[in-house]
Design a protein around this ligand. Structure first.
Ligand SMILES: Nc1nc2c(c(=O)[nH]1)N[C@H]1C(S)=C(S)[C@@H](COP(=O)(O)OP(=O)(O)OC[C@H]3O[C@@H](n4cnc5c(=O)[nH]c(N)nc54)[C@H](O)[C@@H]3O)O[C@H]1N2
Ligand SMILES: Nc1nc2c(c(=O)[nH]1)N[C@H]1C(S)=C(S)[C@@H](COP(=O)(O)OP(=O)(O)OC[C@H]3O[C@@H](n4cnc5c(=O)[nH]c(N)nc54)[C@H](O)[C@@H]3O)O[C@H]1N2
Ligand code: SF4
Ligand SMILES: [Mo]
Length: 701
């Protein structure tokens, strides 16, 4: 039997897949050949998804903490015991502190609207309880707001239109790793391709040209390119007059961003900026693919706001194959209000930010967070400031429930662990954020052991709490039909996917001057907001004022200026998902940091040496790779490793829990670190190398 499903992971592609089921077991998984973007192919990670379904460390029954918080020692309990304990604890917390003391903390482990997606699943129950709202700030919010200020929507161009582009800028995006299906459209176009990325990634290597600006300086580069276009008289006067607001003011600002100044800010040769500006000026249509990586900086929202202006200046927004693609989410008109039912809230409640879980647990008062539900998230692995996240989760007075598949670093802090179903075991619906398709996921097999879906878990908890609101008991299919009120559900279910047509971009006019941005306290015009930890200084020359060392003791020999560390998507993990898969661990190899030969030489670090990477927030260990894939002053590693398989800490120990400019986004790539050789690394190195077995100590399995 073949069952149509969909990949649930936080990836722009939202692949449609086909599960082969024999005797009630999933024995095969492949991409759906009919889906115009999936085209039969999944990816290196998800090709191993079925292994994860049956992995020996899968959590298959409820557990109660038996050791200290963080220790990861648990005892098996029944669902009845688990639900009783949760219902009793929640009841007491609501009585004493009010519902806002409960924080349903959702991650992006599943992007399914029914089982996962950042704060939606289970929200009806949390509304009835009057729990705090959860703002999914960790991934893409700054860029989304930046796009909206300029365009009125965050949904940009349809990436299938790349097939018609003549010039494509792959700007702060590495699709060959983080969502490879768009590459086919890029290739088919025959367009001239330019990668703009401080790192020479897999994608940059395949492009015709690569520019490596200093991290967080993209808005300045965009302003410089527009400056060149305008100084050539190549701006689209008719488009600007008819479809934009505030052009005269913005044009004045562009005049300030001469190629000389932009060269200084970005660390790019002036000539390269002028040449790319000229190429843009003479090539219609020009398309930009930007994704989330570019906005993980202090000025990340402004970066997208300013980038979205470029196709306005050239008139590309009006030409098929021209424009900017960031996220297509804004084009899907789903019936979220009826799915989520905020009308069930007894009174207005506060909102807590996903990115700031450390603050949320350690600093928020009135009321303090007393109960934390972690749903499809792994904040110890994925959030900024790992040390603070651990400190927050260690609070003895905090009641933590984690719904999970695997014994993650976060599960170790749970009071109660609940076993969750995986994608072939439950029903779900997704809308891609990197293409124009809805995808349907039909359950294919029964879950192992006592695993329950998120929805069923919350239905049972509602019953245990004697809540009589009828909508808390809607079935998954009812929920899907509500969400898809305006779509042909039968067709979606039969085909596994359904195309949605993008709405107009810009929505009305393109706003160079944005009243909405101004009202939110931002610059009324698009501009350049420098990154926080780069602060416009030339990192390679060591000209940082003495004493300015981000609180770090420099007596161990590193240079005072440190390096900007980018921790982008790993080819083999998806955030921390798959971080426990032995084969993917083997392929990913040791935790690694890439250093430019000059930076390695200054620090006396040899290729393959063990290094300590640190700043005032924390540290982790890695193996140095010396390569000119990174520019001087910049280092690169990847996200997604589990701390328990990496000597106890990952790169996230060094990242600041600080908000970006728009919407309180995370600043993962705006991170200054110091790198020193570890003298004492030897055979008894505590870092485990490729030996992580699926069944880890710390798991109760
Ligand atoms: N294999 C794999 N795929 C994934 C993920 C994964 O973990 N693994 N994660 C998924 C998720 S959650 C998301 S949000 C997306 C994210 O996918 P992307 O948007 O691709 O995000 P990142 O991987 O963070 O960064 C992309 C690129 O931006 C570059 N970059 C960083 N800072 C700057 C900058 O200031 N300017 C410029 N021009 N470039 C910069 C990085 O070097 C990197 O090559 O991918 C999804 N897909
Ligand atoms: N250093 C660094 N850190 C980053 C980033 C970066 O660029 N650099 N990027 C950030 C980004 S873009 C994102 S989106 C965040 C993601 O951060 P998180 O949302 O915490 O994502 P994951 O780490 O993948 O953890 C998701 C967990 O959900 C579980 N899960 C999956 N499906 C289900 C389900 O159906 N039910 C239940 N109950 N559980 C499920 C998985 O087993 C996994 O443990 O990470 C961020 N972290
Ligand atoms: S992770 Fe992305 S590319 Fe891989 S199967 Fe899922 S949606 Fe497709
Ligand atoms: Mo993300």
């Amino acid at each position: 039997m073949k069952v149509l499903g969909a990949c649930p992971l936080d990836c722009p592609d939202a692949c449609s897949w086909v599960v082969t089921v024999e005797d009630g077991r999933a024995v095969g998984l492949r991409g759906n050949r009919e889906h115009p973007v999936t085209r039969g192919a999944l990816c290196v990670k998800v090709n191993r998804y079925l292994e994860q379904l049956r992995a020996p460390d899968r959590i298959t029954y409820p557990m109660r903490r038996a050791g200290a918080k963080g220790e990861g020692r648990f005892e098996r309990i029944t669902w009845d015991e688990a639900l009783d304990e949760i219902a009793t604890r929640l009841g007491r917390i609501v009585d004493e502190y009010g519902g806002e003391a409960i924080w349903p903390f959702h991650g992006t482990g599943s992007l399914g609207y029914i089982q996962g997606l950042e704060g939606l699943s289970g929200r009806r129950l949390f509304n009835v309880l009057g729990s705090s709202l959860h703002d999914p700030t960790i991934c893409s919010i700054s860029g989304t707001l930046g796009m909206k200020y300029t365009l009125g929507t965050s949904g940009g161009m349809d990436p299938e239109d790349f097939a018609r582009s003549k010039l494509i800028l792959l700007w702060g995006t590495n699709p060959l790793t983080s969502g490879h299906h768009v590459w086919k459209f890029v290739q088919d176009s025959g367009a001239y391709t330019v990668a703009i990325d401080p790192v020479r990634t897999r994608t940059a290597e395949r492009c015709d040209e690569h520019l490596a600006p200093l991290p967080g300086t993209d808005a300045a580069l965009a302003l410089g390119l527009m400056h060149v276009v305008v100084s050539m008289g190549a701006h689209d006067v008719a488009f600007l007059a008819e479809h934009t607001e505030g052009w005269d003011e913005f044009r004045t600002r562009l005049a300030e961003f001469t190629p000389e100044r932009v060269a200084e800010i970005t660390g790019l040769p002036r000539q390269r900026i002028v040449e790319l500006g000229e190429r843009i000026a003479r090539t219609r249509p020009t398309a930009i693919r930007a994704s989330q990586g570019i906005q993980r900086h202090a000025g990340g929202g402004m970066a997208l706001r300013t980038l979205a202006c470029l196709p306005g200046v050239t008139g590309d927004w009006a030409i098929p194959g021209g424009g900017l693609h960031y996220s297509t989410t804004g084009h899907f008109k789903l019936n979220l209000p009826e799915l989520v039912r905020f009308d069930l809230l007894p009174h207005p409640v506060r909102t807590l930010s996903q990115t700031r879980i450390g603050d949320g647990l350690l600093s928020v008062d009135d009321p303090p967070v007393k109960a934390l539900f972690v749903i499809a998230a792994n904040p110890v692995g994925s959030n900024p400031d790992q040390g603070r996240v651990r400190a927050g989760l260690s609070r003895e007075d905090l009641f933590t429930v984690v719904l999970e598949h695997f014994p993650t670093d976060t599960v170790d802090y749970a009071d109660i662990v609940l076993p969750a179903t995986m994608q072939p075991e439950h029903l779900d619906v997704l809308a891609a954020y990197g293409n124009m398709y809805l995808v349907w996921n039909e359950p294919a097999v029964a879950p192992p052991g006592e695993c329950l879906s998120t929805t069923e878990t919350f239905r049972r908890l509602a019953r245990r709490m004697n809540l009589d609101e009828p909508s808390l008991y809607d079935s998954d299919e009812d929920l899907a039909r509500v969400l898809l009120k305006d779509f042909d559900v039968e067709r979606l279910r039969a085909d596994g996917f359904l195309r949605v047509e993008p709405g107009p971009v810009p929505v009305h006019k393109l706003n160079f001057r944005s009243a909405r941005a101004e009202m939110a306290g931002h610059d009324p015009l698009p501009g350049y907001t420098p990154p926080e930890e780069l602060a416009g200084r030339d990192l390679s020359s060591g000209d940082v004022p003495p004493g300015e060392s981000f609180g770090r003791d420099l007596s161990d020999g590193d240079t005072p200026d440190g390096l900007i560390l980018i921790s982008a998507a790993s080819h083999y993990f998806l955030n921390t998902t798959f971080g426990n898969n032995p084969e993917l661990q083997r392929r990913a190899g040791d935790s690694c940091i890439t250093l430019h030969p000059d930076d390695a030489a200054t620090r006396g670090i040899a290729d393959g040496a063990r290094v300590l990477v640190s700043n005032a927030r924390g540290s982790f260990e890695a193996t140095a790779e010396i390569s000119d894939r990174v520019r001087p002053g910049v280092a690169a590693t990847t996200k997604g490793r589990w701390a328990k398989f990496s000597g106890g800490a990952t790169v996230n120990a060094t990242i600041a829990e600080r908000d970006s400019d728009f919407g309180g986004g995370a600043v993962f790539h705006d991170n200054r670190v110091w790198v020193t050789a570890r003298q004492d690394a030897g055979a008894d190195d505590p870092i485990r190398r490729n030996t992580a077995s699926a069944a880890e100590p710390g798991s109760a399995q």
